[in-house]
Design a protein around this ligand. Structure first.
Ligand code: NAP
Length: 350
């Protein structure tokens, strides 16, 4: 089968590099264009991009000349955006208007009523919002978003448990990796041997995005799930992997053994679709007393697996646990590829 040409916007950044590496051996998609800011355009990818990943430098793309983020210069039917929110707000609509399906990592459009905000295992049906989006905005293409990297991690537990029992309230404390702040991110003097108890705008994103993703689609919009979520987000000296500690109140106060069964028996919406970037297991329940840990467990399933551990009773909420996920794979590059694979499987792509 001929592979579909794709464009990567923000190809030089932390997420962009992971997209380029994942796309370098993808069975369905093939890189046609790499784009970045005015600072980089016209340069070789190998010169403009300080490669930070293992494996072949620049994933064999060092000679590719970086283009401006403009559909007239770099159009493909599929576009992966790893732009910061501000440039994404003006650039992504240009590609959608020109007919591209844009799979975005940025926060710019996530909470717009007609934009699908996807975790394919939990809400694959929300992709149908593309129709409302095209009707509302007159675009031939569309924008599809993946959530904030902390949101998807907590959904590893909250998603299956909300589906099984109904969730009423969650108190969430995140310990977020440094790579979540992009490159160069937090200065070493601030990061080393320290915890920074502020990530601008993060708590509001976590609290609202999870309710949209677990909401019901109807009449061209999502009715948010009525879950009260309170988040406290912290930056910790970990390279990759966000760990979330969650206290959770579930309807009917189910027993721990039933919660275990719901997590280990969870059937994702993507079952049977054989999507290339799907992990074998959406969420793995771990029984060791001191796992999961970012250093040891973050690469599970190619960075796409979410891991729940330390499941136990909570005197206030009913149940408490921790969840781990890879912020730049499950929380970014791998997530937007999975969204594109879902769109292809559902017939939204040429
Ligand atoms: N890091 C994570 O864990 C994570 C997780 C989920 C979502 N995200 C989201 O993913 C996006 C990228 O994050 P990141 O961590 O990869 O950031 P980053 O390392 O700072 O990279 C930003 C990229 O955007 C490009 N860019 C910046 N301003 C631009 C402009 N005005 N026009 C065109 N291109 C521009 C940069 O190009 P130059 O190199 O030319 O400056 C670079 O390629 C953000 O929206 C972020 O919120 C990140």
């Amino acid at each position: 089968m001929r592979r579909i040409p794709v464009t990567v916007l923000g190809a030089t950044g932390v997420v962009g590099q992971r997209l380029v590496r994942r796309l370098s051996n993808h069975p369905l998609f093939e890189i046609a264009h790499l784009c970045a800011s005015e600072r980089s355009m016209g340069k070789r990818y190998g010169d403009a991009c300080a490669w930070r990943l293992d494996g072949e430098a620049h994933a064999g793309r060092s000679e590719t000349i970086l283009l401006p983020c403009a559909p007239s210069k770099a159009f493909s039917p599929i576009v992966f955006s790893a732009l910061d929110a501000e440039p994404a707000r003006s650039i992504e609509p240009l590609f959608a208007n020109a007919g591209a399906l844009v799979f975005s990592n940025a926060s710019a459009f996530r909470m717009d009523e007609d934009i699908p905000l996807l975790v394919p295992e939990l809400n694959a049906g929300h992709l149908a919002l593309i129709e409302a989006q095209r009707a509302n905005r007159g675009w031939k293409g569309a924008i599809v978003c993946n959530p904030n990297c902390t949101t998807v991690v907590l959904l590893g537990a909250l998603g299956p448990l909300h589906r099984a029992f109904g969730a009423e309230a969650a108190s969430v404390v995140s310990m977020q990796a440094l790579s979540g702040a992009g490159w160069p991110g937090v200065s070493s003097l601030d990061a080393m041997a320290n915890v920074i108890p502020l990530i601008m705008g993060e708590e509001r994103k976590v609290e609202s995005e999870a309710c949209k993703i677990l909401g019901q689609l109807g009449q061209g919009r999502i009715l948010d799930a009525p879950i009260a979520i309170s988040a406290q987000c912290n930056r910790v000296p970990v390279v990759d992997g966000h760990l979330v500690a969650m206290n959770l109140r579930l309807s009917g106060s189910p027993a721990l053994c039933d919660i275990e069964t719901a997590l280990s028996g969870f059937r994702p919406d993507t079952d049977g679709l054989a999507l290339h970037s799907s992990p074998a297991c959406f969420v793995r329940l771990r029984h060791e007393p001191d796992r999961p840990q970012p250093l040891r467990d973050v690469e599970a399933g190619g960075g796409m697996e979410l891991q729940v551990g330390r499941l136990r009773e909570c005197a206030i909420f009913g149940v408490k646990l921790v969840v781990l996920g890879h912020n730049t794979e499950r929380g970014a590059a791998g997530a937007s590829l999975l969204n594109a694979e879902l769109a292809l499987a559902k017939g939204y792509l040429p």
